[in-house]
Ligand binder design. Structure first.
Ligand code: SF4
Length: 333
């Protein structure tokens, strides 16, 4: 790979742009690795404490039996994974889990429900959970599928801080992964969440067999939203037996790290989160991701339904790297 003359490795910009073009994103990806990491780390330092990692914890509050067909997901009712479906959890069980996450150092508690879209009565239960978690002094995030305007307004009124809704991949590749909803459905929900004044957590998954161009286009979709998502989870596909994406050719870990770096450069003030797939990453790979600008992780032994590194291992890794947890939200403008 060779560097494009259009982008100098030392040329920095912390301006939040919303007009990224494919050729310049591909030029970033094509930079020599050291130049790309240097550029990303420099921008990172201009916007964040470079040794601070925001820690979120994620709980599945309603598991499985989902009517959607996301090709990576064992929670889809269409696939034969060995997942046991569970109804919406009682509020007190959720709050106990949140308390435990707080004691382990999480500042944000994320609750995920496997729905295509929630019913209004479900929203009331979720609002109770949000209010209970906020009373513990934690930030709240939920991911519930597609929402109506009334539902986003109710969640905002209930005090919700963040809504997670991932774009997953490029618009071009989307129908290879999901056929039960459109890219536009996703964008519409994201717009409703913004309109309601809720912070946005939105990212994607790499390693699903997408092309280099798809990865660039996903980042362009995210960075060219009217406002950058405050949190940008970058997931590495976790291959689960029984799902259609089981057996997909593994992505070169260096391309994953490049994706983190390019995301950091394009969305300089967003929290870039190392999300699913961390259990399959070495400590050294995670260290490179932090160097490339990742500054958020999910903590806890489970990520919805797939395994995540043990919290004790993460604490030890933080110690070895001199990282500390803390911080919330977005860098200051
Ligand atoms: S990713 Fe979410 S919407 Fe898609 S099948 Fe899984 S639970 Fe359902």
């Amino acid at each position: 790979m060779s560097a494009s003359p259009a982008i100098s490795p030392t040329q920095q910009s912390t301006t939040t742009r919303h007009d990224w073009q494919l050729d310049e994103v591909q030029a970033l990806y094509a930079l020599p690795f050291n130049d790309l990491i240097f550029k990303a780390q420099t921008i990172h330092r201009e916007n964040f404490d470079p040794n601070e990692i925001q820690v979120s914890s994620l709980l599945s509050i309603k598991t499985g039996s989902c009517s959607e067909d996301c090709g990576y997901c064992p929670q889809s009712a269409r696939y034969d994974s060995d997942l046991t479906p569970e109804a919406l959890m009682p509020v007190d069980v959720v709050l106990k889990a949140a308390q435990k996450a707080k004691e382990q150092g999480a500042s944000r508690f994320c609750m995920g429900a496997a729905w295509r879209q929630p019913k209004d009565r479900d929203i009331e239960r979720v609002v109770e959970m949000v209010q209970g978690v906020k009373a513990l002094g934690m930030e709240t995030c939920v991911t519930l599928g597609m929402l109506t305007d009334t539902q986003t307004a109710r969640l905002k009124e209930g005090g919700l801080d963040y809504y997670n809704h991932n774009l997953d991949t490029s618009e071009d590749y989307y129908s290879e992964i999901i056929t039960t909803r459109t890219y536009q459905d996703r964008l519409d929900t994201l717009a409703r969440v913004r309109e309601a004044g809720i912070n946005v957590c939105c990212g994607g998954i790499v390693g699903m067999g997408e092309s280099d161009v798809d990865r660039s286009k996903l980042l362009i979709e995210l960075a060219n939203l009217p406002k950058h998502p405050e949190s940008v989870p970058v997931n590495m596909l976790v291959q689960v037996e029984g799902t259609p994406l089981m057996g997909t050719e593994a992505l070169d870990p260096l391309i994953f790290i490049r994706t983190i770096a390019v995301a950091r450069i394009m969305m300089p003030k967003s929290r870039v989160r190392l999300s699913a797939g961390r259990n399959n990453m070495s400590d050294e790979m995670q260290a490179l991701c932090f160097l490339a600008g990742a500054n958020s992780i999910f903590y806890g032994d489970k990520l919805l339904t797939t395994d995540n590194p043990m919290t004790s291992h993460d604490s030890r890794l933080f110690e070895r790297l001199g990282l500390h947890s803390g911080g919330s939200s977005y860098a200051n403008d």
